[in-house]
Ligand binder design. Structure first.
Ligand SMILES: C[S@@+](CC[C@H](N)C(=O)[O-])C[C@H]1O[C@@H](n2cnc3c(N)ncnc32)[C@H](O)[C@@H]1O
Length: 310
């Protein structure tokens, strides 16, 4: 006989007859938000929001109530919603997420906006973009999908790198999935493993139109005081930029000029506290124009460094 099991706090009770509306209510209690509850029930049942609303009294098959139980238990254990759902939206793309890589953040969607805008200004027939520290592949894929229309028929290629083999595996899965829905990006994105510029082909030195990166930029002390949900589940290698948070940014900015083409530019996500240090580094290595843009909360977040004012 199967044993009934309850999830503390969620009101969720594993039993034979779980109606859709009870499933939704259990998910709402476990996640603390109605939107999140719908996403969970959508994943479990395959119905969209209106389908769920229309079927309040429908009893879920045992396989679905079992899956719901498993997902809610993961939420109750403190796992991020994005990992539990397995996909997360990034600029209209469904990005597969799990513990192999950082969950793509809204600030990073803005980095892509800035990168696309800059890319449209760079002259030349072929555009080569390096997304260094690609993680789930979110930036590289968004640039490939959206960049096509921004660059007026010019050839756009993206090389996406990471030091983490796990992250690259996830990014490759995301590429395959995205190409399934957007076949026009087939062949536009390639992956390379290695530390920052070491991952790139030497032949691309001086040829990159753009270097874009959301590198690990938290200091060790910022990292230890993170929300436990981030600390425990998201990879440390994706978050910590050495003792002062600037270690990766030093390498990226320090090496950029020799990899960028004459009119190339660098777009970096930074911590708001790093504004001054990053501008100083970029000016010192010889960028012609350096500016910092705010995120949607008004905090300095994106550094744009152009070799020559475009
Ligand atoms: C903040 S995450 C960004 C992930 C993804 N680009 C995004 O925006 O969601 C930083 C990424 O840099 C990678 N990374 C850390 N150290 C690296 C290194 N030395 N060389 C290349 N990538 C590195 C991490 O594995 C991680 O995927």
């Amino acid at each position: 006989m199967s044993k009934d099991v309850s999830i503390p706090g969620s009101g969720f009770h594993r039993g034979p007859a779980l109606r859709m509306k009870d499933a939704l209510e259990s998910a709402r209690k476990a996640t603390g938000a109605l939107n999140a509850a719908y996403w969970i029930v959508e994943k479990v049942t395959g119905y969209d929001r209106s389908g769920i609303m229309l079927r309040g009294q429908t009893v879920l098959p045992a396989s679905q109530s079992g899956l719901l139980y498993t997902l809610l238990a993961r939420i109750e254990a403190g796992e991020p919603l994005q990992y539990v759902l397995g996909t997360w939206g990034f600029r209209g793309l469904d990005i597969h997420c799990d513990r192999r890589a950082l969950i793509p953040r809204p600030e990073t969607e803005q980095v892509v906006d800035v990168a696309l805008e800059e890319l449209s200004k760079i002259p030349g027939d072929d555009l080569l973009v390096a997304d260094l520290g690609t993680g789930s592949g979110a930036i590289a894929l968004a640039i490939a999908v959206e960049g096509g229309s921004k660059v007026d028929g010019r050839v756009l290629k993206v090389v996406a790198t990471d030091i983490s083999r796990d992250a690259l595996e996830l990014a490759a899965e995301n590429l395959e999935y995205t190409v399934g829905n957007r076949p026009e990006i087939a062949g536009m994105v390639i992956f390379r493993q290695g530390s920052w510029y070491d991952a790139l082909d030497r032949g691309d030195r001086g040829r990159l139109s753009m270097i874009v990166s959301n590198p690990p930029y938290l200091s060790r002390s910022q990292w230890v005081s993170l929300d436990p949900i981030v600390l425990e589940y998201e990879p440390k290698v994706a978050l910590v930029g050495g003792e002062d948070g600037l270690e990766c940014l030093r390498v990226l900015i320090g090496g950029a000029i020799q990899w960028l083409s004459e009119n190339g530019c660098m777009v970096l996500e930074i911590d708001p506290l790093q504004e001054e240090a990053v501008v100083e580094m970029a000016v010192k290595v010889g960028f012609g124009r350096v500016l910092i843009l705010d995120d949607l909360c008004g905090r300095p977040r994106v550094c744009v460094a152009e070799r020559h004012s475009l």
